[in-house]
Design a protein around this ligand. Structure first.
Ligand SMILES: NC(=O)c1ccc[n+]([C@@H]2O[C@H](COP(=O)([O-])OP(=O)(O)OC[C@H]3O[C@@H](n4cnc5c(N)ncnc54)[C@H](O)[C@@H]3O)[C@@H](O)[C@H]2O)c1
Ligand SMILES: O=P(O)(O)OC[C@H](O)CO
Length: 324
């Protein structure tokens, strides 16, 4: 039996993947309306409308009941993962972390937060170019499954692999997490390019120079270059920087059109992780002595320290330098 903690779009899509072979899946939802919607209508009206869900997915707001399952896919927003995992009992279990971010305050990656809250758990990370609505419809998707213990990684990959859902193995947990967290911030920058109508050349440049930043930061934190160039890094960067299906890219489009971050973020029920990661990333990059001008510029824009026009002008005015 597989458990899923978090019934947003991605948790629901992953529950659907896990249930594709008729397996029982327990899904923890925070909202009672989501529990009712999934159990009664076999649909998540709030976070993944229009996708019929397998009847073997059963939802509950009872964390302990869902946590009887093993492994547990952890699919909360990054900033709430600690509080949700803190509610688990101390038994030994396998956690597959699926959220993409860095914790504010501690500057910890998700596996570091999970190690603190669930010291006896085995930890893996699942991350890659995966829009939830496509995965839920069964469209072909490849993803990185990273686990420091390659043997456990292989077993988990076999458990969640489906004909159209293909995990690739890695042991570099840090690299898989940094790719997923940093790409969200860079997607906001690409959205700004779109929102200001700056063209495809500018967007491709933003992706390439953003990837250089992701690589510099990742290497400084111990990630492997190959992981950053893989599905969870470059792959997800390209996806998220190219489509209004991305919440982060769409947030950037709004910012590029001159709207204020506070207005764009107010009252939204879905999560644009890049808005929370940007300030932590700026601080973490400074602490690691890594130059991340695009991430810094996104942060300045979100915090109202610069307009979108000033952000782009400042990036274009940087001194000429070697590409690598
Ligand atoms: N949506 C995608 O396509 C996708 C794909 C891959 C990874 N992710 C990642 O998955 C994670 C979850 O995103 P999502 O898209 O499933 O969510 P979502 O935006 O669809 O829904 C928001 C989620 O946040 C939860 N939430 C709100 N306040 C909370 C709190 N105080 N404590 C715990 N949970 C709270 C809600 O219950 C809901 O599950 C994020 O880190 C995201 O980056 C999303
Ligand atoms: O909608 P976004 O920007 O959170 O992106 C969703 C996924 O992370 C894409 O892989």
């Amino acid at each position: 039996m597989i458990g899923v903690l978090g019934a947003g779009a991605w948790g629901t899509a992953l529950a659907q993947v896990a249930a594709a072979d008729g397996r029982e899946v327990r899904l923890w939802a925070r909202e009672l309306e989501v529990v009712a919607s999934i159990n009664e209508a076999h649909e998540n009206h709030l976070f993944l409308p229009g996708v019929p869900l397998a009847p073997s997915i059963r939802a509950s707001d009872d964390l302990a009941w869902v946590a009887e399952a093993d492994p547990l896919l952890v699919v909360t927003p990054s900033q709430h993962m600690r509080s949700v995992l803190s509610g688990l009992d101390a038994r030994q279990r396998q956690l597959i972390l699926c959220c993409k971010g860095i914790e504010a305050g501690t500057m910890q990656l998700m596996h570091e937060v999970a190690h603190e809250t669930c010291p006896s758990a085995t930890i893996a990370v699942l991350s890659g170019p995966t829009f939830a609505h496509e995965v839920a419809k069964g469209l072909p998707t490849a993803i990185t499954l990273a686990c420091a213990d390659a043997g456990i990684g292989r077993k988990l990959a076999a458990l969640i692999a489906r004909p159209a859902f293909r995990p690739y193995l890695a042991t570099d947990v840090v690299g898989a997490e940094i790719g997923g967290a940093v790409k969200n911030v860079l997607a906001i920058a690409c959205g700004v390019v779109e929102g200001r109508g700056l063209g495809q050349n500018a967007r491709a440049s933003m992706i390439s120079r953003g990837f250089a930043e992701m690589t510099r930061f990742g290497l400084a934190r111990g990630a492997h270059a190959e992981t950053l160039a893989g599905l969870s890094g470059l792959g997800d960067l390209v996806l998220t920087c190219s489509s209004t299906s991305s919440r982060n890219f769409s947030l950037g489009v709004g910012l590029g059109q001159g709207r204020a971050a506070a207005d764009l973020l107010a009252d939204r029920r879905t999560v644009a992780e890049g808005a929370f990661t940007a300030p932590v990333l700026r601080a973490a990059a400074a602490a690691a002595g890594v130059d991340m001008p695009i991430a810094q510029a996104v942060c300045a824009l979100l915090e109202g320290e610069a307009t979108a026009e000033q952000m782009i002008d400042a990036l274009l005015a940087r001194p000429l330098r070697a590409e690598w």
